[in-house]
Design a protein around this ligand. Structure first.
Ligand code: CAA
Length: 388
């Protein structure tokens, strides 16, 4: 398909992502889905190829890839396995707060190791009772002598246990609500920090998702990330930057399902001909391809808006995540239907795409939250227009 709107650099990351996906991800995908094991082999290859942290700025040893390059790379990975793409995307998400607001010393300490793939990151915002209502988190931070003491439980922590550094959001002034939240960098081996229960997931099963426990976890004041009380805004800015990556994961999953459906419907014979000769099948294929193309354009548009620091970045990031994940769900559901009974069994890879797609409507902000963000932005824009 024509990619006339991509630069040489964008196409380089597309081709690198495709090569890694075909050579490294495809052979591992089904087995790791069964065992739930982490794709160590993939990350060894990414490390060797200097692709483990492409988004890290060059001054810290990264490739300085743009957000557009990153979403293109993630899409190619997800075409072969939504789980491995999620691990990569969330590693980027975990490092965005550091890139956005880290001090020089914090960046010098962590970013070169993230770029090399030696250090993985995770993002500790959600809690058992604070999911969509992230501002209502109850993990506390208190100053004691020359340390900051963290207490609380984090939930749904992607890359938990594998990550060496966690951005933990905690509230030092609960009376101020979300304005009391500050971000902190917590290293895995800090006393009082413990990786808890692993969740058993429906899809993206190679992804480690854990609870995190902070029990009188004492950190140096130099581990504070960004200004005091700015934590909620940092979390929101991070999510704005990361949501196109989830959109890209969703587009990749949908494209992978379409690839399989195109091949299967041309092979599968019923009533003396390939089922692809039937208009009912062709119409489904046409709708799937059209939805995927529209979702891909929206994801890339959001990434470009963020690179250009557009005032519409948040709006487009939410639109991209919403539309791409709903597309992934609808395309993978149709793909399973095209496979008939075979689509419903694990002998064929297609049912994994459906299971992997579902999470994209849920994490990094449910699609209900994306709709809320989009509607708020549209109402705000309309009221600004009224005032002009
Ligand atoms: N950028 C900068 N600042 C922002 C912002 C943004 N995108 N969105 C909000 N803010 C600021 C507001 O301006 C406001 O600032 P003031 O206090 O100075 O006025 C403050 O933050 C509070 O904003 P809201 O009143 O809009 O906050 P809210 O409580 O209504 O919630 C929300 C907004 C959009 C619903 C937000 O809570 C949200 O995004 N929830 C979903 C959380 C989420 O995505 N969680 C997923 C975590 S990651 C994950 O899934 C796990 C993983 O490992 C990948």
């Amino acid at each position: 398909m024509s990619e006339f709107d991509l630069t040489e650099q964008n196409m380089y990351y597309r081709d690198q992502g495709r090569k890694i996906a075909r050579e490294c991800i495809r052979p591992l995908a089904a087995e790791l889905d069964r065992t739930g094991e982490y794709p160590h082999k993939l990350f060894e290859t990414l490390h060797k190829e200097n692709l483990a942290g492409i988004w890290v700025p060059t001054e810290y040893g990264g490739r300085g890839a743009s957000l557009l390059d990153l979403v293109i790379f993630i899409e190619e990975m997800a075409r072969e396995c939504g789980g491995m793409a999620a691990i990569y995307a969330v590693n980027a998400l975990g490092s965005f707060p550091l890139i956005l607001v880290g001090t020089q010393a914090q960046k010098d300490k962590y970013l070169p190791r993230i770029a090399r793939g030696e250090l993985k990151t995770a993002f500790g915002l959600s809690e058992p009772q604070a999911g969509s209502d992230a501002g209502n988190l109850t993990t506390t931070a208190r100053v004691e002598a020359d340390r900051i003491v963290l207490n609380g439980t984090k939930k749904w922590n992607t890359n938990g246990g594998i990550a060496g550094i966690y951005t933990i959001f905690a509230n030092a002034h609960p009376e101020k609500g979300a304005r009391g939240i500050t971000a902190y960098l917590v290293e895995k081996d800090t006393p009082g920090f413990r990786v808890g229960k692993r969740e058993q997931l429906m899809g993206i099963r190679c992804v480690p998702v854990h609870e995190l426990h902070l029990e009188d976890c004492r950190i140096e004041p130099s581990q504070q990330l960004g200004a005091e009380g700015e934590g909620f805004k940092i979390a929101m800015q991070t999510l704005d930057m990361a949501r196109p990556g989830i959109g890209a994961q969703a587009v990749g999953i949908a494209q992978g399902a379409l690839d399989l459906a195109l091949s299967y419907t041309q092979d599968r014979q019923q009533f003396g001909q390939p089922i692809a000769r039937n208009q009912a099948i062709q119409f489904k294929i046409a709708d799937m391809g059209t939805q995927i193309h529209a979702a891909r354009l929206l994801v890339r548009h959001a990434a470009r808006a963020i690179v250009q620091q557009s005032a519409q970045s948040q709006l487009y990031a939410s639109m991209a995540k919403l539309f791409a994940s709903d597309t992934a769900m609808s395309v993978t559901t149709d793909a399973v239907q095209l496979f008939g009974g075979y689509g419903y069994c694990q002998d064929f890879p297609i049912e994994k795409y459906l299971r992997d797609a579902k999470i994209t409507q849920i994490y990094e902000g449910t699609n209900e939250i994306q709709r809320m963000v989009i509607a708020r932005a549209l109402f705000k824009a309309a009221s600004n227009k009224d005032k002009q």
